[in-house]
Structures are given as structure tokens and as C-alpha cells.
Design a protein around this ligand. Structure first.
Ligand SMILES: *Cc1c(COP(=O)(O)O)cnc(C)c1O
Length: 467
């Protein structure tokens, strides 16, 4: 009998494997145990068949250890915490905005028990889920009325359909935005049954372009914030106030998709001046939509504010039910919005605003401290230095803004950066970072102080894994 044959014959049967004490005592769903054991034995068989000499890790102890490892991977939740060391504050792939402590508590309390989601506790009669945030949103923006749905893409779709289905919406060619994940303004309009009437050119659209396009078919004048790109140089666009004037002359409503949207001016923090939601309301725009989880720093949601007649139409449209916000999101959103009643509180409490407002000096100090620790802990494995690096906002907001500071650059002596990055990504907790010039780059602006020790541990573990 050949050696290969002998090794294959010695592979354990699944039943026998699962009754080994090291596996028998593990508490896990039987179907996952069987799957892990089957995968493990199949992998061992593959190693035997492919081995040139003596195959490695094919004895019972190795197979048991491998089964346990596979099982623990299967038992981990698929959606889990990630340490974001990319320096991108609103990373759509990493879940955009982390929530404030108070917002988390609101979710917890609402999830644990029953709530007055749609019950008016004063009258004992049926209430509405919008009632928990509409006054707050009106106070923060000066609007007459407000509604909220699942996300801003939903808000745009719903508002377009409710206000202009079967009619034309006039949009500047400079504002036909595509944001990630297949949200393109022309496609959303088509999905909402609204006919796109493009006007102007990419870089310049004048008031006369709008007025000349107005016909009996016009149902809406639409403005879209160019969230993730900028047209610079020889440019012109029409202000919200001017568009509102034109709309009023022709009795046509005006809508603006603000994208990220912002409740107060961030320019005192050294960020570019962006129109605030309140300014849009004051300009007289009928409906404004913006995201809950971009610069607002709350949960995924689509916020809609504007004139009462328009919001009523939106609230009562059948699609509103299909796009409705759930109670946990609503709980987090109400709390996040309440932070904004006091600007200073918002900046101190909402994580995204704290990260935005973190000084370059603070980032440098944290980077210096952690780089020292890593340099001594990883000295056998890598060279650790500090580099000048800016963080960015991301999530399709403030595309040209950079937040200066420093980052840690780790150059491994032996392991490849791709292999390390894989080990870190799949580790526990998962650590996501950037690779540049064959180095791992860690930007601490997006790492919470409480994650610094787990981050060091994650790196130690990855570097101590044999290549
Ligand atoms: C981000 C964005 C959206 C979509 O918002 P979500 O909350 O991600 O659904 C729509 N329009 C603009 C201009 C945006 O920037």
C-alpha cells in the first residue's frame, strides 16, 4: 500500500471525529459541527493528495484543532465590529456614522420593550411614527413640516414621485449626480415615473435655461447637491433663492436633494462653507432631503423637510409605507437630532463631528504615543514610523476637504503587506487599514481611544502568525 493510501485510510470518519472529547463538549448547532468536520477532513484529504513527501497536519489532533477553528469562524456573527484605521470618517463600506452613546441607549431601551411608536400617550389614540421627530426637525431647520424614511435615496424617490409623477422635472446637467451603489439621479427619476428634462451644460447653467424649459408638462424644479465631485473653473449655477422665485412665478414647486446636508455651518471648524438645511428652508424651497448617516452622524435614514402641503403629500403617498423607518432607527435619530439643539453639545457628543473637529495636534499626540508602543512591541517584525497624512470625510460629502494630521506607517520585515492586511481584516476584532508603498498605514482619527489596545493586540497577533 502506498503512503498516500495509508494516510487517506487513517482520516477519521465524521462521526468518530465529532465524538472526540475536544469536540463533543463544544456547544454549537449540530449542523455547523458536521459542516466544520466535513470541511476539515476534506482539506486534510486534499493535503495528502497534493503532498510531495509526508503530508503536514493530517493526524487526528491537527484535524480536531482545524475543525474547532472552522467552527468558531462559523459561530462568529457575519456582521461585526471593525476598527476603522483608514482615516475615512464616513466610510460607506464600513457602515458610515458610528452613533453617540446616548443614541445607543435609546436603541437599547426601545428594542428591549414595547414603545409608543404609533400610540399617542396623551390621548390614548392612534399616533404616528413621524410625531417623534417632526417637531425636532422643524425646530432645527425652521421648516413647516417634516417626514423621515429609510434612507435619502428613498426620500428622493418618494418626494419626486409624490410631487411630479407623470410630469417633467427640470435638472441642470451639472447636477446629474451618480453616488455609489447605483444611485443615479436620472435612474431614480425614471423609477419614480418622473420625466427628466436636462438643461444647461456640465459647467454652466443659467436662469434662462430653466425658464425656457418650463412648459405645461413641468412638475418640478430639482436641484441636486454635487456631493462627491466639484465642478471648478468656468462655472455657473442658479441659487436656490432664484430658483424659488422662478418656481413661484410659474406655480411650480422646487425640491433640493442636499445629499449629506448639514444642520449648522461647519466653516468655523475650518471646513468648507456648505449650505445648511435651514438656509434652504429660508430660501423657500418646498422640499429638501438629506441623509441621516452622513455628516449628521446618525443612523441610516432619509430626512425630508419643507412646506406643509408638500410634506402632507409625501407622508400620504403609498410608497411612504414601503420606505418607512423602523423604530430602532427612529430612536437613534431622535437622540442624534436632540444633540443638535446645542451646537457645542453636538460637536462634543456626535462621533462624526468629534472626529471632524479633532485638531491635527490631538491626532499627532495620539499617533506618537501609539507609534512608540508599536515600535517596541513589533521591533522584531517591522519598522514603525510616523508620516504626515490627512484624513478625509468620505461618504460622498466634502470631497475636496482634507483633515491634516499624522498616521503610523508599518513596514514589515518579512510578511507581505497583503497577507498581513488579510490577517488583520479577518482577525478578531477586524482591523481595516490602507496599504501604500508596501507599508500598512494606520490613521487614528477614525480609531476610538478605547480601540487602541485591541488594535495593538490585533497587530501583535497578525505579526506572530507564521507566514
Ligand atoms: C448620499 C446621497 C444620496 C443617497 O443618500 P443615502 O442616505 O445614502 O440613501 C442621494 N443624493 C445625494 C446627492 C447624495 O449625496
Amino acid at each position: 500500500m502506498s503512503d498516500k493510501h495509508r494516510y487517506l485510510k487513517e482520516l477519521p470518519a465524521i462521526d468518530r471525529l465529532l465524538t472526540q472529547p475536544e469536540l463533543d463538549q463544544v456547544s454549537a448547532p449540530h449542523c455547523l459541527m458536521v459542516e466544520a468536520a466535513q470541511e476539515s477532513v476534506a482539506a486534510a484529504r486534499q493535503r495528502i493528495l497534493e503532498a510531495q513527501g509526508t503530508p503536514a497536519n493530517v493526524d487526528l489532533a491537527a484535524i480536531i484543532a482545524d475543525t474547532r477553528k472552522r467552527l468558531s469562524n462559523k459561530l462568529r456573527p457575519s456582521l461585526r465590529e471593525v476598527i476603522n484605521a483608514t482615516g475615512t470618517l464616513l466610510h460607506t463600506n464600513l457602515g458610515r456614522a458610528p452613533l453617540s452613546e446616548a443614541a445607543l441607549q435609546a436603541i437599547d431601551a426601545t428594542a428591549r420593550s414595547y414603545s409608543n411608536l404609533e400610540l399617542d400617550l396623551e390621548s390614548g389614540k392612534r399616533g404616528h411614527r413621524y410625531s417623534h421627530i417632526d417637531q425636532l426637525l422643524c425646530r432645527l431647520t425652521g421648516a413647516e413640516a417634516a417626514a423621515v424614511v429609510n434612507n435619502n435615496a428613498g426620500a428622493v424617490l418618494l418626494a419626486l414621485t409624490a410631487l411630479a409623477k407623470g410630469r417633467e422635472a427640470i435638472v441642470s446637467r451639472g447636477e446629474l449626480v451618480e453616488i455609489g451603489g447605483a444611485f443615479r439621479v436620472p435612474d431614480v427619476m425614471a423609477a419614480g415615473g418622473v420625466l427628466l428634462r436636462e438643461i444647461g451644460t456640465t459647467n454652466k447653467t443659467h436662469l434662462r435655461d430653466y425658464s425656457e424649459a418650463i412648459t405645461d408638462e413641468t412638475g418640478l424644479l430639482l436641484k441636486v447637491h454635487t456631493s462627491n465631485y466639484r465642478i471648478v473653473g468656468f462655472t455657473e449655477s442658479v441659487s436656490a433663492a432664484t430658483l424659488v422665485e422662478l418656481g413661484q412665478q410659474h406655480r411650480i414647486p422646487v425640491m433640493e436633494d442636499l445629499g449629506s446636508g448639514m444642520l449648522f455651518d461647519l466653516s468655523p471648524f475650518g471646513l468648507p462653507r456648505e449650505p445648511t438645511v435651514r438656509e434652504g428652508v429660508e430660501a423657500g424651497i418646498d422640499v429638501l432631503t438629506f441623509s441621516g448617516d452622513k455628516l449628521l452622524g446618525g443612523p441610516q435614514a432619509g430626512l425630508i423637510v419643507g412646506k406643509k402641503w408638500a410634506i402632507d403629500k409625501i407622508r400620504h403617498h403609498p410608497l411612504a409605507r414601503a420606505l418607512r423607518i423602523d423604530k430602532l432607527t427612529l430612536a437613534a435619530l431622535e437622540t442624534t437630532l436632540s444633540h443638535y439643539l446645542d451646537q457645542q453639545q453636538a460637536i462634543d457628543t456626535v462621533p462624526v463631528l468629534r472626529m471632524l473637529n479633532m485638531s491635527a495636534e490631538e491626532v499627532k499626540q495620539r499617533t506618537a504615543r501609539l507609534a512608540d508602543q508599536l515600535a517596541s512591541q513589533l521591533q522584531q517584525h517591522a519598522t514603525v514610523i510616523r508620516i504626515e497624512e490627512a484624513a478625509c470625510v468620505g461618504g460622498g460629502a466634502l470631497p475636496l476637504t482634507t483633515l491634516p494630521g499624522q498616521a503610523i506607517a508599518i513596514e514589515p520585515h518579512q510578511l507581505s503587506v497583503d497577507n498581513l492586511s488579510y490577517l488583520l481584516r479577518t482577525g478578531d476584532p477586524a482591523l481595516v487599514l490602507r496599504i501604500q508603498d508596501n507599508r500598512l498605514i494606520l490613521n487614528l482619527r477614525t480609531v476610538f481611544p478605547s480601540q487602541e489596545q485591541p488594535l495593538i493586540e490585533a497587530l501583535r497577533t497578525a505579526f506572530s502568525t507564521t507566514p
